[in-house]
Ligand binder design. Structure first.
Ligand code: PEP
Ligand code: MN
Length: 338
């Protein structure tokens, strides 16, 4: 159920409605938005009788929510959520945001070269994994806290906010000390304790779609984060596992227009993990802009042949620079800024 308050409702009336919701044992979630005050009710198992609320002062409407997810739904919050960090980094709200950098932080020189290259080319955020989810326990696992420190240095040097993955609930406070955006990786999309833990941090979260997750499961995973009071969530479509073996994953581009209708949260595309192949990255990145996605995440390495992870899908700085030019041209056609 969504309670929409009258445009002239007082703060006292809003608090009165929230108190009533709590009295009957449900949770009141005040929905941030520029145009109206609305309160989403969660915690109910079945439908709620609107008559419980319609008599309270200040209420304009009580609307039942038909979807199993509530707070992420456009029914509850019609206006787009925008994630903004400083003057130049924005995802959503008509701005196409670009996150670029190496798969993993490998060392100071590698990260600095990558960070300056993506900054020069016009990226808005720097990515780099310090905690790496690797299929084999014998593969490079990341530099952990040393990697986070290098990311903080690179942010200092370039001004780019940092996006980095947190793999374990126990590491959330540590990663949150260094990161500007906490990434939850595909393999952890349904790690519900981790979702709640990142939801409790006051920092934006980038949630990647699970390898075999349906769109409904993806929305429900995001709901866990919003339920903790954190509405600064960026969704990321990074390809799903299908019968196809010639591509690393199958990019589900058809999910984008649907997700744009279902939720107010911004959605970006990661064609690097989506294809596993550097030659396929630029065309899919261009498709992301044309599709109406809100941004991109692209792996860029100063020397992909020496990368400790995901070299075959990493762009060289030159290729990334060239890609940026074509993205700007397409953005102009679809009325977005980059
Ligand atoms: C990543 O972006 O670093 C990553 C590991 O991606 P995914 O979780 O989508 O596999
Ligand atoms: Mn990678």
């Amino acid at each position: 159920m969504l309670i929409v308050m009258k445009s002239d409702a007082t703060r006292e009336q809003v608090e009165g409605v929230k108190g009533r919701i709590r009295e009957i044992g449900f949770t009141a979630n005040e929905i941030p938005g520029p145009t109206r005050v609305a309160i989403g009710i969660t915690g109910n198992e079945g439908p709620i009788d609107p008559g419980l609320f319609t008599q309270l002062p200040g209420i304009a409407e009580a609307i039942p929510i038909s979807r199993p997810w509530k707070l992420v739904s456009r029914e509850v919050k019609p206006d787009d959520t925008v994630v903004r960090l400083g003057a130049n980094a924005q995802i959503g709200g008509g701005h196409f945001g670009i996150i670029a950098g190496p798969c993993a932080v490998e060392g100071r020189e590698q990260l600095n070269l990558a960070a300056h290259a993506v900054k020069r080319a016009g990226a808005h955020f720097l990515r780099g994994g310090a905690f790496k989810p690797r299929t084999s326990p014998y593969s490079f696992q990341g530099l952990k806290e040393d990697g986070l420190k290098l990311l903080a240095e690179a942010r200092e040097a370039t001004g780019l906010p940092v996006v980095t993955e947190v793999m374990d609930t126990r590491d959330v406070p540590l990663v949150a000390r260094y990161a500007d955006v906490l990434q939850v990786g595909a393999r952890n999309m349904q790690n519900f304790s981790l979702l709640e833990a990142v939801g409790e941090q006051g920092k934006p979260v980038m949630l990647k779609r699970g390898l075999s997750a349906t769109i409904q499961e993806f929305m429900m995973a995001a709901e866990y984060i919003l339920k903790q009071g954190n509405y600064q969530v960026i969704l990321c479509e990074r390809g799903i596992r299908t019968f196809e073996t010639m591509t690393r994953n199958t990019m589900d581009l058809g999910s984008i227009p649907l997700i744009k209708r279902l939720t107010h949260l911004p959605i970006i595309i990661d064609p690097s993990h989506g294809t596993g192949d550097r030659q396929s990255v630029p065309p899919l990145a261009r498709a992301a802009v044309a599709l109406g996605a809100d941004g991109l995440m692209v792996e860029v390495h100063p020397d992909p042949s020496k990368a400790l992870s995901d070299g075959p899908q990493s762009l060289t700085p030159d290729a990334f620079q060239e890609l940026m030019g074509s993205l700007r041209a397409i953005a102009a056609v679809v009325g977005k800024t980059i």
